[in-house]
Design a protein around this ligand. Sequence first.
Ligand code: ASP
Length: 351
Amino acid sequence: MMTFLKHSFYYLATTLPFFGLTGALAAETGSRDESPSRYVLAVHGGSGAMGPDMPDDLRQEYREAVAAALRAGYAQLESGGSSLDAVEAAIVIMEDSPLFNAGKGAVFTHEGRNELDASIMTGNGLDGGAVAGVTNVKNPIRAARAVMEDTPHVLLATRGAEVFIEGTGLERVEPEYFWTERRWDALQRALERERERDESGSLDPDEVTHPEEYVGTVGAVALDREGNLAAGTSTGGMNNKRHGRIGDSPVIGAGTYADNATVAVSGTGWGEKFIRTAAAHSLSAMMAYQGLSVSEAAEAALERVASIDGYGGIIALDPRGNVAMPFNTRGMYRGRVTADGRIEVFIHHEE
Ligand code: ASP
């Protein structure tokens, strides 16, 4: 009974703010795909070429890791934390896991280093922060949040970002922390293929975008009881990327976007295509200016990515708790939690 009351209270507390300032627009944009469940948090652990034939134990490991991220984020929301707290907590769990291409499990650059990117944004006032090409912070998502909260800037990159991180008190690590055999082997395979194809060593676009080699970028979108949306994304980028390459994940409007009036978005996939279509912001704009629902806008944003031969996936959460999680790859590690704490985890289409 207590649990029921607590959850009912939580549901009411999280529902009421939407009849305030953002209610009118939200009612329009959410009207065409109102889901019977109201979601407060969704995460992804990357989209890519994982086949339905993946071994059961590996599938189970991923499912458990996604569920753990959802539990961590939901715990923040349930105890009155903000959507930013939930996004950060969920992403930290996945950054600390070697399973995902973010934090501990990051892919390698062509030169055999790990250069990490992350961003976070709140829909409350459109504030955002990001870091790109960092090598010394255990949890890049925390560094992104520090940029948002402690500087007048949105994006700090490479050495400047690292100097900033040194002054934050965030946990730092030696670059070796990010070494994992699985990602190292993936780089060696890519380098070998590259050598076979092109003795000159020039960049082969097909090679850098080999989806089974870099899958695992992570992201989260959340809605708190104040009605604030937030989104975050964290990645090692793409396997065998060139030194200094920055993808969509730390770019506000490309890999991450949040606006309380429309939607919170995190993307994964071929970053250059997400940048070129301004995917995350396009999704929000289609809801704001064309009145599309979150599902319609998420599909349309992904179609634009596909129209320039891009692939990937998107998670998007609107202010009424409707979630869309489309992808055009074989799978996407993903999950969501309802306002009353029901966790759902998926990997492939048919589940
Ligand atoms: N979007 C990321 C990047 O291009 C990679 C991914 O999502 O898998 O850096």
